[in-house]
Ligand binder design. Structure first.
Ligand code: ADE
Length: 253
């Protein structure tokens, strides 16, 4: 997979992404990312990439031209990789879910635009027609952290990215139960068997794998019911087990 990232703060990416699982996945050749500075495409003397909003109001708006040219430049590189899925990180976007992450992880090439200032001129968004994605109902200073969140979530799903084959499938939200849908993860325990007077649940020491599996599923359902009942009532359209669930189209939104 190839990921191009367009940002005004390219220096933010390498320290975060080179550590941990994305860094290992890149070293293993599963993914590579290329971070482009939108400012390099400003065709004015002061490398200005923002301007005051028409209609007045606070804040600045990212102008069309540098972003448009930065996208064209990034997409002209390595065209053999396959079609690009364009993504704009914005609080106005579609909420990020594990289903959406799984869909994006199957694509050969992603281009992520980290918006900044008060927003991006709507005309360049219309022209680029990206999938607009939000990582939650709160406002960050820019799309850089959301882009890194998205990259991390995607890369760990690439085959071979995780040490243990099953560990991605076991994560909270990934556990797709045919009856219950997406579930939170169960509690985990390791040695010692007793710590500060607290015992490991007896059943986990039983060696009876069928009973352990049943116990874990029960805890997952219980936790989800207690902490995130909304997941149990989630729209089945967001479930990959549901035939009505359809992949996100590149030109959607
Ligand atoms: N940019 C600023 N806040 C954001 C959010 N919550 N999600 C995606 N992009 C953003």
């Amino acid at each position: 997979m190839r990921i191009d990232v367009l940002t005004l703060f390219p220096q933010m990416f390498e320290p975060v992404l080179s550590a941990s699982i994305p860094g290992r996945a890149r070293a293993a050749g599963l993914v590579d990312w290329f971070v482009h500075d939108i400012r390099d495409h400003a065709n004015n003397k002061h490398n200005k990439v923002d301007d005051r909003p028409f209609g007045g109001g606070p804040g600045m708006v990212m102008v069309c031209q540098p972003l448009w040219d930065a996208v064209a430049n990034a997409e002209s590189q390595a065209p053999q990789v396959g079609p690009t899925t364009r993504i704009l990180l914005t609080p106005q976007g579609r909420p990020l879910t594990q289903t959406l992450v799984e869909d994006l992880a199957s694509r050969p090439r992603l281009l992520m635009i980290a918006g900044h200032y008060e927003g991006v001129d709507e005309r360049v968004i219309d022209a680029l027609d990206p999938l607009e994605i939000s990582i939650g109902d709160y406002v960050l200073s820019g799309g850089e952290l959301p882009a890194m969140v998205l990259i991390d979530a995607i890369v760990r799903l690439l085959p071979g990215a995780l040490g243990h084959l099953d560990s991605a499938a076991q994560d909270s939200f990934s556990h797709q139960h045919e009856e219950h849908g997406r579930l939170l993860d169960c509690p985990h325990y390791t040695r010692p068997r007793e710590w500060q007077g607290r015992e490991v649940p007896e059943i986990l020491l039983s060696g009876d794998h069928a009973r352990v599996d049943r116990w874990r599923l029960e805890r997952m359902i219980e936790r989800t019911r207690e902490r995130r009942p909304d997941l149990l009532e989630a729209d089945p359209a967001d479930s990959p087990a549901n035939p009505a669930s359809r992949p996100v189209q590149p030109d959607e939104d």
